[in-house]
Write a protein that binds this ligand. Structure first.
Ligand SMILES: NC(=O)c1ccc[n+]([C@@H]2O[C@H](COP(=O)([O-])OP(=O)(O)OC[C@H]3O[C@@H](n4cnc5c(N)ncnc54)[C@H](OP(=O)(O)O)[C@@H]3O)[C@@H](O)[C@H]2O)c1
Length: 331
């Protein structure tokens, strides 16, 4: 596994990381998620499944793991795995997020699976919960889905608290979401404290269907921020399981490039993100071992300019992309 340093944090990370959004709770929006979990949601079975995936990722050299308070029991599963395997905090980088509260009560049919709360009170509550579970294994703490609309980037009480957490040794980041990721990132990069920029790391959606945040992410990287790519598979739309007839033409274009580069559709999608000079880490969101294995093969795909040229055409407008994503059913 290739490694790099996450921006100017000094944190050594693998170029492919594992995201736990799909394995810490019964419900999620990824296509075919319910099938991955075989609709068996007992906590013991889900934790064992998570540990098996974490073991496979670790064995393959993955050294960045991404959780969040709203991913159900993801932090708890990760914490149990870290202590059960006796993993030295210096050998791994763990990131988590605050700002969404898990409200699904372990159900897949909940009316609301998570509620956004970017208040100072919620930050104080959730950082105590994350630290209570992960302790000194927690390296990076990110605002979950910071948007201009949420107002969190203009909240002095929250920004002050994040500055205190940074002084206390945590690396501070933000994840983005929605069609205005670039604008929110540019606003975030302006926020300074005595020691320099507040934010060390940004996590953003970038993939072959939604590449619009690319230029802003390149700017962030050039300014020393670490860059983590999420949703490189477009929640499964860029995976072999997307048999949507409306997508058939684009799937054919993708399959032709995958054949030319000697790889699979999922690995092609991740390789596209890995080929961005400003991407430090690209997250796999696999919930199944064979999918993780296939995703990890992306590290050896020889991406080239021809692939960029041939696949530019499949991109959607940010409005269409995020509109489609907002209609993906929790399953
Ligand atoms: N706002 C935020 O901060 C935010 C939002 C979204 C995600 N994230 C982070 O990014 C991570 C990844 O994102 P994501 O999981 O949402 O989306 P993603 O990586 O774009 O999509 C993953 C989906 O692709 C499927 N897949 C992967 N390889 C496959 C294969 N070979 N064949 C068939 N299906 C395949 C997975 O299926 P299986 O599940 O069956 O493996 C899963 O459904 C998350 O875990 C989380 O850490 C952060």
């Amino acid at each position: 596994m290739l490694t790099t340093t996450l921006g100017r944090t000094g944190l050594k990370v693998s170029r492919i990381g594992l995201g736990l959004a799909a394995i810490g709770r019964p419900g999620y929006i990824n296509i075919g998620h319910a099938g991955d979990l075989a609709r068996d949601y007992t906590v013991e079975v889900m934790e064992t499944r998570a540990h098996t995936l974490l073991d496979a990722a670790w064995a393959a050299g993955v050294r960045y793991f991404d959780a969040a308070r709203s991913y159900g029991r993801a932090e708890e599963f990760l914490a149990h795995w870290l202590s059960a395997r006796g993993i030295d905090p210096a050998e791994i980088v763990v990131g988590s997020k605050w700002g969404y509260v898990y409200t699904a009560d372990w159900r897949t049919d909940a009316e609301k699976h998570e509620v956004k709360d970017h208040s100072q009170a919620n930050l104080l509550r959730q950082v105590a919960e994350s630290r209570g579970l992960l302790g000194d294994q927690l390296d990076l703490y990110q605002i979950h889905s910071a948007t201009l609309e949420s107002g969190v980037l203009e909240d002095p009480a929250v920004l002050g608290e994040l500055a205190r957490l940074k002084n206390d040794g945590l690396h501070i980041g933000l994840s983005l979401s929605g069609p205005r990721q670039a604008e929110a990132l540019r606003r975030a990069m302006e926020i300074r404290i005595e020691t320099g920029r507040l934010f060390d790391v940004v996590q953003a959606t970038w993939n072959l269907l939604e590449p619009s945040a690319g230029p802003a992410l390149a700017e962030a990287h050039s300014l020393g921020l670490g860059v983590i790519v999420k949703e490189a598979m477009a929640n499964g739309r860029l995976s072999p399981r997307n048999d949507d007839p409306d997508f058939a033409g684009r799937r054919k274009t993708l399959a032709a490039e995958a054949d030319r580069l000697g790889t699979t559709l999922d690995s092609l999608a991740l390789a596209a993100a890995l080929a961005r000079p400003w991407a430090d880490v690209v997250l796999s969101g696999a919930a199944a071992g064979d999918h993780l294995h296939s995703n990890l093969a992306a590290i050896s795909v020889a991406w080239d300019a021809q692939a960029d040229g041939r696949l530019d055409v499949i991109a959607e407008s940010p409005a269409d992309y995020w509109g489609f994503r907002s209609r993906l059913p929790w399953n």
